[in-house]
Design a protein. Structure first.
Length: 412
């Protein structure tokens, strides 16, 4: 059976097949970039229209109460919680990953006052380390020291100076997945806390924060949760760490009584204290609607589909002699990979541009990686087969060598 036929067969047996119709995907493209920006769910367009026209337009400021706007950070947080294995009361939806990291890193240093090191994994998405560097400038080297080491050196680097280990579960470049349970236990064994970045996990694979004993986590709403460009992020803090230190972005939405307009800050109890200012209601409503698509779905079923898609794609790459020059960076071992496949080639940028021009939307990561993101809710095996075919044509024809594929856009 050829790969396209095999894909058709797999699609017909896919238990999540109907979910694709919930998205407004363009007919003439294959979209494999849901690991950067999730596709548009139809229910989000409807919700945003209703929020703008009816809630904002007609009910105006009464909507904060009447339509529950004021509670959105907590109610949307509770909708995200089951997707990341968090019991109620520990997740709030607000701000961006970057801002939330600042709050949590400061909390971690506050919870471990005799330690100052934030240990990170070299090569992780840079904003995580950048936020730590900002905290270091603010607090000084005696209270905050950033230390980045390679994956293989993490175990040795965990010592009694480490306040918190900050790790991304799925690496944005390679798609490699770390062992959350094992690394969390290793950090705890040396008395450190652990903070996981779930940007490439939430909505694509099951996460068991409570069960793994994780202390803190962050993630974004715009990738596999499909909340739209710049959707609000989320933040998890385990119950046992609540009400112990005041997070530094102590805005009025995290105040115990925001509408008392007290001159002094008094933190709200629990996770609510991790809010800062007024939530972006339209974006929050878009994410809230997008999350409804996960209702009733087993996270394990998403994982099965995601692994089947990435596995199918990787087998196709390995079987095609025209793709021999592309190095597969993503681990073949299922437990070790997330929901993307990354291929390395010296001409990766031009290859990605060529694929995009042909209607297969992928992205490029500097200097030499093409990423193929597979979103289990809407990508099909046929998408994977078309991408393989297109990639094969691009490589065998050398079409990417054309000058017009060399121009770099501002956002890649
Ligand atoms: C692992 C990871 N962390 C953080 C971010 C970005 O965070 P923010 O929401 O602050 O833009 C991304 C992607 O943009 C990411 O892949
Ligand atoms: N937030 C963005 C804004 C613009 C363009 C890309 C992003 C991404 O999210 C990139 C993604 N984090 C990545 O894994 O590369």
């Amino acid at each position: 059976m050829n790969r396209r036929d095999e894909a058709t067969r797999l699609d017909s047996h896919d238990p999540l097949r109907a979910m694709r119709d919930a998205f407004a995907l363009p007919q003439d493209r294959v979209y494999l970039d849901g690991n950067s920006l999730g596709a548009l769910p139809r229910c989000v367009s409807e919700r945003v229209r209703a929020v703008v026209d009816q809630q904002w337009g007609r009910d105006l400021i009464t909507s904060w109460n009447v339509h529950g706007w004021v509670n959105l950070p907590l109610s949307v947080g509770e909708k995200i919680a089951p997707l990341i294995g968090a019991a109620p009361g520990q997740v709030v939806c607000c701000d961006s990953i970057s801002v939330n990291l600042f709050k949590l890193l400061a909390t971690a240093l506050g919870l471990r006052p005799s330690r100052r090191v934030v240990l990170t994994c070299a090569g992780d998405f840079p904003t995580d380390a950048y936020m730590g560097q900002g905290l270091h400038s603010l607090l000084g080297a005696e209270r905050c020291e950033m230390r980045a080491v390679g994956v293989g050196e993490l175990a040795d680097a965990l010592d009694e100076t480490v306040a918190v280990l900050m790790m991304t579960e799925v690496d944005f470049r390679s798609g490699r997945r770390h062992d959350m349970r094992e690394l969390t236990a290793a950090a705890h064994a040396c008395g450190a806390l652990v903070l996981w970045d779930l940007a490439h996990s939430a909505g694509a694979l099951p996460v068991d924060l409570d069960d793994c004993g994780v202390d803190m986590a962050v993630g974004c709403g715009y990738k596999f949760l499909n909340g739209g460009p710049g959707a609000p992020a989320f933040l998890y803090l385990a119950q046992r760490h609540h009400n112990q230190v005041t997070q530094p972005l102590s805005g009025w939405f995290g105040h115990a009584a925001p509408f008392a307009f007290d001159p002094d800050y008094r933190a709200a109890p629990g996770i609510s204290a991790y809010q800062a200012g007024t939530p972006g209601v339209i974006g929050m409503q878009a994410l809230d609607a997008a999350l409804d698509l996960f209702t009733g779905l087993e996270p394990a079923s998403l994982r099965r589909k995601s692994l089947a898609l990435t596995g199918f794609f990787m087998e196709g790459v390995a079987a095609d002699p025209a793709l021999a020059a592309m190095e597969v960076l993503t681990p073949t071992e299922e437990a070790r990979r997330g929901s993307q496949v990354s291929l390395r080639h010296p001409e990766a940028h031009a290859i990605a541009q060529c694929l995009i021009a042909a209607g297969v939307i992928v992205d490029f990561r500097d200097p030499d990686i093409v990423r193929f993101g597979f979103a289990p809710l809407y990508n099909s095996f046929t998408d994977a087969a078309i991408a393989l075919q297109c990639l094969s044509t691009v490589l065998s024809a050398g079409a990417y060598a054309n000058e017009r594929y060399r121009q770099r856009a501002q956002v890649t």
